[in-house]
Design a protein around this ligand. Sequence first.
Ligand code: SAM
Ligand code: SF4
Length: 335
Amino acid sequence: MSTETNILVDQFGRKHDYLRISLTERCNLRCTYCMPAEGIALRPREQFMRTEEIFSIAQTFVKLGVKKIRLTGGEPFVRKDAGAVIEMLSTLPIELSISTNGILIDQHIERLKACGVKSVNVSLDSLKQGRMLAITRRDYFERIMRNIQLLLDEGFDVKINCVVTKGVNDDEVIDFIEWTKEAPVHVRFIEFMPFDGNEWDWSKGVSLDEILKRTSAHFGPFGFERIEDRPNDTSKNYRLTDGKGTFAIISTVTNPFCDSCNRIRLTADGKLKNCLFSNSESDLLSAMRKGEDILPLIQSSIQNKKAVRSGMESFDDFANPEEHGKNRKMVSIGG
Ligand code: SAM
Ligand code: SF4
């Protein structure tokens, strides 16, 4: 067992005990930073993991030492058997959580509770209906807000993911933080990241420093405080001194947190990605379908993981459009 446990430790000593599984590439929104307006080309169903295949691969990772699994996508609840996947995975000795746009989650509340899911991440980029329509290209604002309230009322730990872009929603940073005064929500501002086809340009991005500067100008330097990060946290966490909730900044662009990374990703078509930004993938699903052992594939993927952002150590490398073009679109990675 000890050699198996070591499979998840890379050459820099990072232990990868957190697996993010994408349930589908499809989505009921078209967020501009994630997906093209026309959606992405649909592929035959056989190319994607079936429920039992997801379970079998997850089981292998749990035996190797994975302690936490997050379901993501695309939009995980767009998958018809999302409920069955959640039920199966909940039988494993893991912390199970989910990232969603919140549109369909009201249909799954009892199941999530029964399956021990305590934490839900919901994407929300604006507190204004018209803006959400412009950013997501669909009009589900009221439903999403209603479902966020439902999750809070039902006692879930709710994290709100907000991608901040200049001239689009950056004037709402203070409003989002004000929200944490009265509601026990955890707002996480995410720096805009580059992926294939999302027309990334850092002049549209808003940095950790900029958000902190605005927060300090509005609330004063003593109006908010830094909270201790948990091990492997990707965010720098803060709280208003009188706040019920918290806020945080995920600064992959300006302050990458790769040295404590414990994440690996399984795409909906069964490919293992050792980094959000890696363009090399290990095809676990095809190997499993051929009856082959997937452990050597997992091991080499982990061993080949680069120290920082899949080798894009400098900002110039990271900002190079040729590099983003080699990766997938975010919606088909599983963020
Ligand atoms: N559909 C679900 C949702 O929206 O939460 C799960 C999948 S989505 C790809 C996961 C997260 O990735 C969301 O919080 C979304 O805001 C974030 N995301 C997508 N594209 C991004 C980008 N270009 N930069 C930063 N975050 C991004
Ligand atoms: Fe869909 Fe989530 Fe991407 Fe928005 S961020 S298009 S909700 S997968």
